[in-house]
Design a protein around this ligand. Structure first.
Ligand SMILES: NC(=O)c1ccc[n+]([C@@H]2O[C@H](COP(=O)([O-])OP(=O)(O)OC[C@H]3O[C@@H](n4cnc5c(N)ncnc54)[C@H](OP(=O)(O)O)[C@@H]3O)[C@@H](O)[C@H]2O)c1
Length: 315
């Protein structure tokens, strides 16, 4: 039988944090989890949007178990503050979905001067994960799902120009950030396993889904050619709900295993299924190199030592 939101097991008693939960895949993911009884924390860069989303979701799902969290992933200090709020408020966190993202803007930098896609899509999610890991590891069966893209298969890590200072190509740097998502998810899986921690790390990608991602990208670039291209090809995109199924499966299915990746059956659309991991993410040396560079960059601004300790403490 095809996997659908009806396949999601009961989520009562489980607490989930989703970044970018006010739109697209994040919104559909939040709705599906709420319908199954989860408590969902909507991590959004705009508190106003988050509150509107809470109202809408509460109406649609009849659930009051919705919290809001202001988190701007373009600023590591804000990520740090947001994680601290969760740590103070909650005694456990069962599920973290690293979902928010930006696609192919003109070269822009984060508050810390880091290339925006690498910063938002990869570094800030890694920072959030390492800050929250002690809380997630408090209880068994925690899960961390990092949302990637089919762009991972075209991506490479541009080691000699990670920040695109010399030669920025907005699509190459989007692909780099989405490959980094998978490399992070796989390396985290291995580190959790080596430390015998009962937390799963998986990745998922949605194929091509109709969300705000494309229009936001067109707006940032002012490209009428891309606007027309998206209009022409959008009929072949799948719905946002269908696009959210791989991450929902990775987040909830009892047969899904740590280290796996889920995506649509026909690469860009279709039912969710186990899918291939881009080759550089299977290369331990590359993963470890990226992990080290990333933790050093994050560590310049945020204390992630507790998360590192959890991973280094063999149980
Ligand atoms: N749609 C697709 O076809 C597709 C394909 C491959 C991968 N993906 C991945 O799917 C994920 C979700 O994207 P989507 O398609 O659902 O797009 P979307 O509708 O544009 O949602 C992206 C979300 O990320 C949030 N976001 C952007 N910058 C942020 C920041 N600095 N801090 C916090 N949140 C921020 C956005 O907030 P605002 O609403 O405030 O802008 C929005 O909630 C992304 O990681 C994307 O790379 C999507």
């Amino acid at each position: 039988m095809a996997w659908s939101i009806d396949s999601i097991p009961n989520q009562e008693g489980r607490i989930s944090l989703i970044t970018g939960a006010n739109s697209g895949l994040g919104l559909d993911t939040a709705q599906a989890l709420l319908k199954k009884g989860a408590t969902v924390i909507l991590g959004c860069r705009s508190l106003e949007k988050a509150k509107k989303t809470r109202k809408k979701l509460s109406r649609e799902t009849n659930s009051e178990n919705i919290d809001v969290l202001e988190i701007d992933l373009a600023d590591l200090n804000k990520v740090n503050q947001a994680a601290d709020q969760i740590i103070i408020k909650y005694r456990k966190l069962d599920l973290l979905i690293n979902n928010a993202g930006v696609m192919a803007p003109p070269r822009t930098v984060s508050k810390q001067g880091l290339e925006l896609q690498f910063a938002i899509n990869h570094l800030s999610h890694m920072c959030l994960t390492l800050k929250l890991l002690p809380l997630i590891a408090e209880k068994p069966r925690g899960r961390i799902v990092t949302v990637s893209s089919g762009a991972q298969y075209m991506g490479k890590i541009i080691w000699d120009d990670l920040q695109g200072k010399k030669n920025y190509d907005r699509w190459a740097y989007y692909s780099q950030s989405k490959l980094a998502n998978v490399m992070f998810a796989v390396e985290l899986h291995h580190k959790l396993k080596r430390s015998n921690i009962d937390v799963f790390s998986l990745s998922a990608h949605p194929g091509l889904a109709r969300t705000n991602l494309q229009s936001t990208s067109v707006k940032a670039n002012g490209s009428w050619q891309e606007a027309i291209a998206y209009k022409l090809i959008s009929p072949i995109f799948q719905s946002s709900l269908m696009g959210s199924l791989p991450q929902l499966l990775a987040a909830t299915d009892q047969n899904a295993r740590s280290g796996e990746q889920y995506g649509p059956q026909f690469n860009f659309k279709g039912q969710p299924k186990l899918c291939k991991i881009a080759p550089p993410a299977l290369d331990r040396l590359q993963r470890e190199q990226l992990w080290e560079i990333s933790t050093n960059l994050i560590g310049n601004y945020v204390d992630i030592s507790r998360g590192k300790e959890v991973l280094n403490n063999k149980k």
